[in-house]
Design a protein around this ligand. Structure first.
Ligand SMILES: *[C@@H]1O[C@H](CO)[C@@H](O)[C@H](O)[C@H]1NC(C)=O
Ligand SMILES: *[C@@H]1O[C@H](CO)[C@@H](O)[C@H](O)[C@H]1NC(C)=O
Ligand SMILES: *[C@@H]1O[C@H](CO)[C@@H](O)[C@H](O)[C@H]1NC(C)=O
Ligand SMILES: *[C@@H]1O[C@H](CO)[C@@H](O)[C@H](O)[C@H]1NC(C)=O
Length: 184
């Protein structure tokens, strides 16, 4: 009987050791928000197609708003927007943002973004994939960088949005402060 108890205790102890070994590497990884391994600040320029500005528009409404609430609920915009290093729309783009956003809140302006930043310059080649809620009432919004390719292989991090300007319904600019916490 004593030997059996000893055996069971021994097995339990081994299981505990194995479990703690396999868990600890995950728990020991710590990301400090103030210490990204890479940081890129870019400006996103969205010029909505209004029916006549074909030469300048970079995005278009793909689904109309619904009548649910007064905040464009349901409106879907697909974009292929230039990303620049400074505020200026006509600065040479360093990447393109391709994807979509739609309005998804009944009681205020709130959008959901999912897009890829495509880099194809001498500085960077590769993509970053970003998605999340853009709660426009807030000064800054954090979206997730969920992956990357090329120079951004397996990247993960946070993209902080801050609206820079809003000119009517047709043009807006957002500062995107991209901080990566996993770099390879
Ligand atoms: C579309 O935008 C262009 C450029 O901003 C402007 O000149 C034009 O009047 C607009 N058209 C409509 C129908 O709003
Ligand atoms: C359209 O873009 C051109 C440059 O490509 C610019 O000169 C022009 O002012 C723009 N027009 C509007 C209405 O934004
Ligand atoms: C969206 O709805 C407006 C009226 O609210 C209409 O004039 C317009 O043609 C619609 N656009 C599309 C893409 O269905
Ligand atoms: C990247 O840029 C080079 C040179 O401008 C071009 O030849 C190539 O097709 C581009 N690649 C992509 C994926 O856009």
């Amino acid at each position: 009987m004593a030997r059996l108890v000893e055996k069971i205790l021994c097995i339990l102890f081994s299981l505990l050791v194995i479990a703690s070994c396999s868990v600890s590497p995950v728990h020991s990884r710590k990301f400090k928000p103030s210490e990204p391994c890479k940081r890129i600040v870019l400006y996103y320029h969205d010029i909505l197609f209004n029916g006549t500005n074909v030469a300048n528009a970079t995005s278009a409404k793909a689904a109309n708003k619904t009548n649910l609430g007064d905040f464009k609920f349901g409106m879907l915009v697909v974009f292929d927007d230039p990303m620049t290093k400074d505020h200026h729309l006509l600065s040479p783009p360093v990447a393109r943002a391709q994807g979509f956003y739609f309005y998804d809140m009944k009681t205020t302006y709130n959008a959901w973004f999912a897009y890829t930043l495509l880099f194809n310059s001498t500085e960077h080649k590769g993509t970053l994939n970003i998605m999340g809620a853009d709660m426009m009432d807030q000064e800054t919004r954090d979206l997730s960088v969920v992956g990357g390719t090329g120079d951004f292989f397996m990247a993960r991090g946070i993209a902080t949005f801050q609206t820079d300007t809003f000119q009517g319904a047709d043009y807006f600019r957002v500062q995107m402060d991209i901080k990566l916490y996993e770099c390879y």
